[in-house]
Design a protein around this ligand. Structure first.
Ligand code: KG4
Ligand code: ZN
Length: 336
C-alpha cells in the first residue's frame, strides 16, 4: 500500500511516499528555519504563508522522486494535530483537495504518533508493545505504546517541553534558533559538573517533568554573572544543563519502564537527536537489560515519511476521515 503523506505542523513543509508503513519511496522537506532564525523562534503567520507557497512543489517533488502519479497511490495522509493551527490547515486543506480529486481515502495522523513511527522506518523488526520517550520542541511525554494505534501517557511535562527548554537556554547563551543542536555540540566540550542546576521535583504524577525552573535557573545564572562582571564558561554551562535534562529524562523513563515491565525503550522527536540522551539512555538500557531504539538523525526532526508510516497503521485501524476534516492545535495522543 502506497501512501502520500503531508506534514506542515510547524516550520517544515514535507511530503513523502511510504510503502506498507515501512519503506520510504521518497521524502522531501522544505525547511523555513533560516527565515525564522531572524526572529529567534517560529513566527506562526510566516510559517503558514511559507507552507502555502511551498506545498505544491514539495508534493510534486515527492511524487516525482517516487516515480508515481496520484493514480499509483492508495491513500493520502496528513498531520492534522497538534501544531500551529494556520500551518496545519495548509497541509490539511491540500490533502483534502488531493483526496477529493483522486477519490483516495484520507488519513489524519497525530504528530506525536508519527514521531514514534519514525522508528518503524528504521527497524523492520520493531513492533509494539514498547515504552516511548517522545521529546520535541512542543512536547515531552512518556507513552506506553500497547499497539500501533493504542497509547497511554504515563508522564508529561507540566510546563516547557524539553526542546523548548533547550532552545530557550541556548538563546540566553546567544546561540541561533533552534538552539538544541548548538547547545548539544557545545556541551561535548564542557564539564557537566561545573554548575549546579536544579532538578525540579514534580508533585503528584511520578513520571511528569518540569523544565521551566531549569530554564529560569540558566537565565538567572547568566544574568547574575553579567551584573557582577563575571564570565561564564559557556561550554561548562551547556554540559551542566545537558546533564541535568538528560538525567531527568533517563530517570523518569527507566522508572516508568520498570513499572510497566517494558522490554523495549523507543526515543522519538527532535530531541531524540541529542547525543547525550542517546548515549546515557543506551547505557541505562544496557544496565537494565532493555532494548533501545532511536530514529536516524534524518528522521528525528519533522518529516513526512514518519506520517506515511503511522498512516498505514491508522488506515488498518479504520481511522480515516471525511472531507470535513479539520486541523486542531492541541489533541491528546490517546484520542487522535
Ligand atoms: O520534533 P521537532 O523537530 O519539532 C517539534 O515537533 O517540536 O523538535 C524540534 C526540537 C527543537 O526544540 C530542537 O532544538 C530540538 O528538537 N533538537 C535538539 C537537538 N536537535 C534538535 N535538542 C537537543 N539536542 C539536539 N541535538
Ligand atoms: Zn515534531
Amino acid at each position: 500500500m502506497k501512501i502520500l503523506a503531508i506534514e506542515t505542523s510547524c516550520d517544515e513543509t514535507a511530503a513523502a511516499v511510504v510503502e506498507d508503513g515501512r519503506k520510504i519511496l521518497s521524502s522531501v522537506i522544505a525547511s523555513q528555519v533560516e527565515e525564522h532564525k531572524i526572529y529567534g523562534g517560529v513566527v506562526p503567520e510566516i510559517a503558514s504563508r511559507r507552507h502555502a507557497e511551498a506545498i505544491s512543489g514539495v508534493v510534486r517533488e515527492a511524487l516525482n522522486q517516487a516515480g508515481l502519479s496520484l493514480k499509483g497511490l492508495d491513500a493520502i495522509a496528513v498531520t492534522h494535530a497538534p501544531g500551529l493551527i494556520g500551518a496545519l490547515l495548509v497541509g490539511v486543506n491540500f490533502a483534502k483537495g488531493l483526496a477529493l480529486s483522486s477519490g483516495l481515502p484520507l488519513i489524519p495522523v497525530h504528530h506525536l504518533r508519527s514521531h514514534i513511527a519514525a522508528n518503524y522506518l528504521e527497524y523492520p523488526e520493531l513492533k509494539p508493545p514498547f515504552l516511548c520517550l517522545v521529546v520535541s520542541g512542543g512536547h515531552s511525554h512518556i507513552v506506553y505504546v500497547s499497539d500501533y494505534t493504542s497509547f497511554k501517557v504515563l508522564g508529561k511535562t507540566r510546563d516547557d517541553a524539553a526542546g523548548e527548554c533547550y532552545d530557550k537556554a541556548a538563546r540566553a547563551m546567544g546561540m541561533p534558533y533552534p538552539g538544541g543542536v548548538y547547545l548539544d555540540k557545545m556541551a561535548r566540550e564542557g564539564n557537566p559538573e561545573a554548575y549546579r542546576l536544579p532538578h525540579p521535583k514534580v508533585e503528584g504524577s511520578k513520571y511528569d517533568f518540569s523544565f521551566s525552573g531549569l530554564k529560569t535557573a540558566v537565565i538567572n545564572l547568566l544574568h547574575n554573572a553579567k551584573q557582577k562582571g563575571e564570565t561564564i564558561n559557556t561550554a561548562d554551562l551547556c554540559a551542566s544543563f545537558q546533564k541535568t535534562v538528560v538525567d531527568i529524562l533517563v530517570q523518569n523513563t527507566l522508572s516508568a519502564a520498570k513499572e510497566c515491565n517494558a522490554e523495549k525503550i523507543v526515543l522519538a522527536g527532535g530531541v531524540s537527536a541529542n547525543s547525550a540522551l542517546r548515549a546515557r539512555m543506551a547505557q541505562a538500557c544496557s544496565e537494565s537489560g532493555l532494548q533501545l531504539y532511536y530514529p536516524p538523525l534524518s528522521l528525528c526532526g519533522d518529516n513526512a515519511a514518519m506520517v506515511g508510516s503511522q498512516a498505514y497503521y491508522e488506515f488498518f485501524a479504520g481511522n480515516t476521515a471525511g472531507l470535513d476534516l479539520n486541523a486542531r492545535a492541541t489533541m491528546p495522543i490517546e484520542s487522535a
